[in-house]
Design a protein around this ligand. Sequence first.
Ligand SMILES: C[S@@+](CC[C@H](N)C(=O)[O-])C[C@H]1O[C@@H](n2cnc3c(N)ncnc32)[C@H](O)[C@@H]1O
Length: 208
Amino acid sequence: MFRRFLAAQFARPQGAAGRFLVAPLLDWTGGPMMEAAFAALDPRAGEAILDLGVGGGALSRRLAGAGVVVTGVDPSDIAIARAQRRTGGKATFLEGRGEAIPLPFASMDKAASVNTVYFWPALAPVMAELARVLRPGGRLVLGFQTASSVRAWPGHVHGFHAWEDEAIAQAVEAAGFAIREIRPGHSARVGDYRTLIALGVAPWNPKA
Ligand SMILES: C[S@@+](CC[C@H](N)C(=O)[O-])C[C@H]1O[C@@H](n2cnc3c(N)ncnc32)[C@H](O)[C@@H]1O
Protein backbone atom coordinates (compact mmCIF):
# COMPACT_ATOMS: atom_id res chain seq x y z
CA MET A 1 0.00 0.00 0.00
CA PHE A 2 2.74 2.45 1.01
CA ARG A 3 4.83 1.43 -2.00
CA ARG A 4 1.92 2.13 -4.34
CA PHE A 5 1.50 5.56 -2.73
CA LEU A 6 5.22 6.30 -3.03
CA ALA A 7 5.33 5.13 -6.67
CA ALA A 8 2.45 7.50 -7.54
CA GLN A 9 4.22 10.35 -5.72
CA PHE A 10 7.48 9.72 -7.58
CA ALA A 11 5.56 9.78 -10.86
CA ARG A 12 3.89 13.06 -9.92
CA PRO A 13 4.42 14.70 -6.50
CA GLN A 14 1.06 15.79 -5.11
CA GLY A 15 -0.43 17.43 -2.01
CA ALA A 16 1.25 17.97 1.34
CA ALA A 17 3.11 14.64 1.13
CA GLY A 18 4.50 15.63 -2.27
CA ARG A 19 5.60 19.01 -1.00
CA PHE A 20 7.06 18.16 2.40
CA LEU A 21 8.16 14.54 2.00
CA VAL A 22 8.58 13.40 -1.59
CA ALA A 23 10.14 16.46 -3.27
CA PRO A 24 12.95 16.71 -0.65
CA LEU A 25 13.38 12.93 -0.84
CA LEU A 26 13.78 13.14 -4.64
CA ASP A 27 16.55 15.72 -4.24
CA TRP A 28 18.37 13.40 -1.85
CA THR A 29 17.96 10.12 -3.74
CA GLY A 30 18.68 11.68 -7.12
CA GLY A 31 21.54 13.90 -5.87
CA PRO A 32 24.48 11.94 -7.35
CA MET A 33 22.60 11.44 -10.65
CA MET A 34 21.84 15.16 -10.88
CA GLU A 35 25.49 16.02 -10.21
CA ALA A 36 26.46 13.63 -13.02
CA ALA A 37 23.91 15.28 -15.33
CA PHE A 38 25.16 18.74 -14.37
CA ALA A 39 28.73 17.75 -15.29
CA ALA A 40 27.54 16.14 -18.56
CA LEU A 41 25.65 19.31 -19.51
CA ASP A 42 28.87 21.33 -19.12
CA PRO A 43 26.67 24.39 -18.55
CA ARG A 44 27.81 27.89 -19.53
CA ALA A 45 26.36 31.13 -18.20
CA GLY A 46 23.70 32.47 -20.54
CA GLU A 47 22.85 29.13 -22.15
CA ALA A 48 19.16 28.21 -22.41
CA ILE A 49 18.75 24.81 -20.73
CA LEU A 50 15.58 22.77 -20.27
CA ASP A 51 15.15 20.68 -17.12
CA LEU A 52 12.40 18.22 -18.03
CA GLY A 53 10.80 16.70 -14.93
CA VAL A 54 12.14 19.08 -12.27
CA GLY A 55 10.97 17.03 -9.26
CA GLY A 56 12.47 18.59 -6.12
CA GLY A 57 14.14 21.32 -8.18
CA ALA A 58 17.75 20.55 -7.24
CA LEU A 59 19.11 20.45 -10.81
CA SER A 60 17.25 23.61 -11.83
CA ARG A 61 18.64 25.41 -8.80
CA ARG A 62 22.17 24.21 -9.52
CA LEU A 63 21.90 25.37 -13.15
CA ALA A 64 20.39 28.75 -12.23
CA GLY A 65 23.26 29.23 -9.76
CA ALA A 66 25.68 28.73 -12.67
CA GLY A 67 24.07 31.59 -14.59
CA VAL A 68 22.07 29.37 -16.94
CA VAL A 69 18.74 30.56 -18.34
CA VAL A 70 16.73 27.63 -16.96
CA THR A 71 13.31 26.51 -18.10
CA GLY A 72 11.79 23.70 -16.05
CA VAL A 73 8.82 21.66 -17.25
CA ASP A 74 6.85 19.27 -15.04
CA PRO A 75 3.22 18.07 -14.83
CA SER A 76 3.22 18.51 -11.03
CA ASP A 77 2.15 21.91 -9.65
CA ILE A 78 3.84 20.94 -6.37
CA ALA A 79 7.17 20.36 -8.14
CA ILE A 80 6.81 23.62 -10.07
CA ALA A 81 6.00 25.66 -6.94
CA ARG A 82 8.94 24.19 -5.02
CA ALA A 83 11.37 24.74 -7.89
CA GLN A 84 10.15 28.33 -8.22
CA ARG A 85 10.73 28.96 -4.51
CA ARG A 86 14.16 27.36 -4.58
CA THR A 87 15.42 29.30 -7.58
CA GLY A 88 14.15 32.62 -6.21
CA GLY A 89 12.71 33.80 -9.51
CA LYS A 90 15.93 33.10 -11.43
CA ALA A 91 14.30 30.41 -13.59
CA THR A 92 11.08 29.86 -15.52
CA PHE A 93 8.80 26.89 -14.80
CA LEU A 94 5.94 25.62 -16.91
CA GLU A 95 3.39 22.93 -16.24
CA GLY A 96 3.63 20.37 -19.02
CA ARG A 97 4.77 16.94 -20.05
CA GLY A 98 7.63 15.59 -22.11
CA GLU A 99 5.11 14.37 -24.68
CA ALA A 100 4.08 17.98 -25.45
CA ILE A 101 6.81 20.33 -24.24
CA PRO A 102 5.37 23.87 -24.07
CA LEU A 103 8.35 25.51 -25.81
CA PRO A 104 9.04 26.68 -29.37
CA PHE A 105 11.11 24.89 -32.01
CA ALA A 106 14.91 25.12 -31.49
CA SER A 107 14.55 27.35 -28.43
CA MET A 108 16.95 25.48 -26.10
CA ASP A 109 20.74 25.10 -26.26
CA LYS A 110 20.69 22.00 -24.05
CA ALA A 111 18.19 19.79 -22.27
CA ALA A 112 18.39 17.39 -19.35
CA SER A 113 15.93 14.92 -17.94
CA VAL A 114 16.90 12.93 -14.86
CA ASN A 115 14.92 10.08 -13.35
CA THR A 116 11.92 10.65 -15.58
CA VAL A 117 12.06 7.96 -18.30
CA TYR A 118 10.32 5.45 -16.02
CA PHE A 119 7.15 7.55 -16.26
CA TRP A 120 7.03 7.66 -20.05
CA PRO A 121 4.82 4.86 -21.41
CA ALA A 122 6.57 5.33 -24.76
CA LEU A 123 10.00 6.87 -25.39
CA ALA A 124 9.58 8.05 -29.00
CA PRO A 125 7.07 10.90 -28.41
CA VAL A 126 9.26 12.50 -25.74
CA MET A 127 12.46 12.09 -27.78
CA ALA A 128 10.76 13.74 -30.75
CA GLU A 129 9.74 16.66 -28.55
CA LEU A 130 13.27 17.01 -27.15
CA ALA A 131 14.63 16.99 -30.72
CA ARG A 132 12.09 19.68 -31.66
CA VAL A 133 12.90 22.12 -28.84
CA LEU A 134 16.70 21.75 -29.03
CA ARG A 135 18.65 23.94 -31.44
CA PRO A 136 20.70 22.19 -34.16
CA GLY A 137 23.65 20.53 -32.45
CA GLY A 138 22.04 21.04 -29.04
CA ARG A 139 23.06 18.70 -26.25
CA LEU A 140 20.73 16.19 -24.65
CA VAL A 141 21.54 14.60 -21.28
CA LEU A 142 19.44 11.78 -19.87
CA GLY A 143 20.02 10.38 -16.39
CA PHE A 144 18.32 7.09 -15.63
CA GLN A 145 18.64 4.05 -13.42
CA THR A 146 19.38 0.80 -15.19
CA ALA A 147 16.42 -1.52 -15.70
CA SER A 148 17.76 -3.91 -13.06
CA SER A 149 18.11 -1.08 -10.53
CA VAL A 150 14.54 0.00 -11.23
CA ARG A 151 13.31 -3.56 -10.75
CA ALA A 152 15.25 -3.88 -7.50
CA TRP A 153 12.67 -1.63 -5.83
CA PRO A 154 9.48 -3.68 -5.35
CA GLY A 155 7.31 -0.57 -5.80
CA HIS A 156 8.31 -0.35 -9.47
CA VAL A 157 5.41 -2.68 -10.31
CA HIS A 158 3.06 0.27 -9.67
CA GLY A 159 3.46 1.91 -13.06
CA PHE A 160 7.23 2.21 -13.59
CA HIS A 161 8.70 1.41 -17.01
CA ALA A 162 12.07 -0.33 -16.54
CA TRP A 163 13.69 0.60 -19.87
CA GLU A 164 16.81 -1.28 -20.91
CA ASP A 165 19.81 0.89 -21.91
CA GLU A 166 19.50 -0.33 -25.50
CA ALA A 167 15.85 0.73 -25.78
CA ILE A 168 16.68 4.23 -24.58
CA ALA A 169 19.70 4.51 -26.88
CA GLN A 170 17.65 3.35 -29.87
CA ALA A 171 14.90 5.88 -29.15
CA VAL A 172 17.46 8.68 -28.80
CA GLU A 173 19.04 7.81 -32.15
CA ALA A 174 15.69 7.31 -33.87
CA ALA A 175 14.81 10.91 -32.92
CA GLY A 176 17.88 12.14 -34.84
CA PHE A 177 20.41 12.47 -32.02
CA ALA A 178 23.98 11.17 -32.21
CA ILE A 179 25.00 9.53 -28.94
CA ARG A 180 28.39 10.76 -27.76
CA GLU A 181 28.72 8.79 -24.55
CA ILE A 182 26.84 6.67 -22.04
CA ARG A 183 28.56 7.07 -18.68
CA PRO A 184 27.98 4.36 -16.09
CA GLY A 185 27.43 5.42 -12.50
CA HIS A 186 26.59 3.89 -9.16
CA SER A 187 25.12 5.38 -6.04
CA ALA A 188 24.23 3.62 -2.79
CA ARG A 189 20.92 5.52 -2.94
CA VAL A 190 19.71 4.23 -6.32
CA GLY A 191 22.12 1.53 -7.49
CA ASP A 192 23.45 1.51 -11.05
CA TYR A 193 22.56 4.40 -13.32
CA ARG A 194 23.55 5.89 -16.66
CA THR A 195 24.22 9.41 -17.91
CA LEU A 196 23.60 9.52 -21.66
CA ILE A 197 25.02 12.42 -23.67
CA ALA A 198 23.78 13.03 -27.23
CA LEU A 199 23.86 15.82 -29.79
CA GLY A 200 21.00 16.83 -32.03
CA VAL A 201 22.32 16.40 -35.56
CA ALA A 202 19.17 16.10 -37.62
CA PRO A 203 16.74 18.69 -36.28
CA TRP A 204 13.34 18.82 -37.83
CA ASN A 205 10.47 21.24 -37.59
CA PRO A 206 7.11 19.52 -37.89
CA LYS A 207 5.47 22.90 -38.47
CA ALA A 208 7.85 24.01 -41.24
C1 LIG B 1 11.26 10.81 -9.81
S1 LIG B 1 10.97 12.52 -10.17
C2 LIG B 1 12.58 13.02 -10.68
C3 LIG B 1 12.79 14.48 -10.51
C4 LIG B 1 14.22 14.99 -10.66
N1 LIG B 1 14.57 15.17 -12.06
C5 LIG B 1 15.18 14.09 -9.94
O1 LIG B 1 16.04 13.48 -10.58
O2 LIG B 1 15.08 14.01 -8.72
C6 LIG B 1 10.06 12.50 -11.67
C7 LIG B 1 9.53 13.85 -12.07
O3 LIG B 1 9.10 13.74 -13.43
C8 LIG B 1 7.84 14.33 -13.54
N2 LIG B 1 7.14 13.67 -14.66
C9 LIG B 1 6.36 12.57 -14.63
N3 LIG B 1 5.90 12.29 -15.86
C10 LIG B 1 6.41 13.23 -16.70
C11 LIG B 1 6.31 13.49 -18.09
N4 LIG B 1 5.58 12.71 -18.88
N5 LIG B 1 6.97 14.55 -18.59
C12 LIG B 1 7.72 15.34 -17.80
N6 LIG B 1 7.86 15.15 -16.47
C13 LIG B 1 7.23 14.11 -15.92
C14 LIG B 1 7.17 14.12 -12.19
O4 LIG B 1 6.12 15.03 -11.94
C15 LIG B 1 8.34 14.29 -11.24
O5 LIG B 1 8.50 15.62 -10.81
